[in-house]
Design a protein. Sequence first.
Length: 279
Amino acid sequence: MLSYRHSFHAGNHADVLKHTVLTLILTALKQKEKGFFYLDTHAGVGRYSLFSAEAEKTGEYIEGIARLWERDDLPEEVSLYIAELKKINKGKLRFYAGSPLLAVQQLRPQDRALLTELHPNDYPLLRNEFARQRNVVTKRENGFQQLKSALPPKEKRGLILIDPPYELKEDYELVVKGIEEGYKRFATGVYAIWYPVVLRQHTKRIVKGLQATGIRKILQIELAVRPDSDQRGMTASGMIVINPPWQLEAQMKKILPYLTEILVPEGTGSWDVSWITPE
Ligand code: SAM
């Protein structure tokens, strides 16, 4: 059953963190001339109207991207991400670019993308968004399956974004299994896994599962808007990055104090960057 629709959440604080990290990794990959492969296992639709009934119902973007939109003091690392959003907005913030659109905008002719999405309503929107793009393939297939079938990429360089909805608790296990499968085939790839903190014990299942794989070089980046709680709702979100570009740790330590202050003016926020397993 697929009930999750990202249109209710596009541009919220979790997207800001995820897409800032995504942009920094892509920027690092582009420092080498050689082309790379971008795999987005759970792509969503790519482009979201922030004036849709869904976005207006939750208003989540108002406490996310809207808090950064008019700032004139953005750190350079954050402005790279905002610059990508400015490409699809003329002045006023109307649209939000999901991970596939943000990433595809940043690809060069020598790079290539595979975007998978299962939802019967969202997949056609994704396919239409990229129908004219030469170096982009979309498929209505299971994203976890791609970690076996699409890896290793012929380029031998790549970024894999794994961003499941976690509406089914099995997603927490599938992420770890998927990483094991992918890493077996492509150990030098950069893997970025998004996770929510709703109940901390679920998040710990991913961390413990990854520790048990024996994979090295796993960085965890987290931004909390509130302390952990056993009540309903997401209190924090994070990105776990395997084989992160060498600059990423320092970049995130530099910008997370800024992001936390701007995204959580109530003062209840916190952040952390630490190694699940070092090199
Ligand atoms: N990555 C997107 C972004 O950052 O803009 C958001 C993705 S959203 C959190 C998760 C998406 O995964 C939903 O659109 C959902 O329909 C889709 N989905 C759920 N299970 C899937 C699966 N097994 N394979 C591919 N897509 C799936």
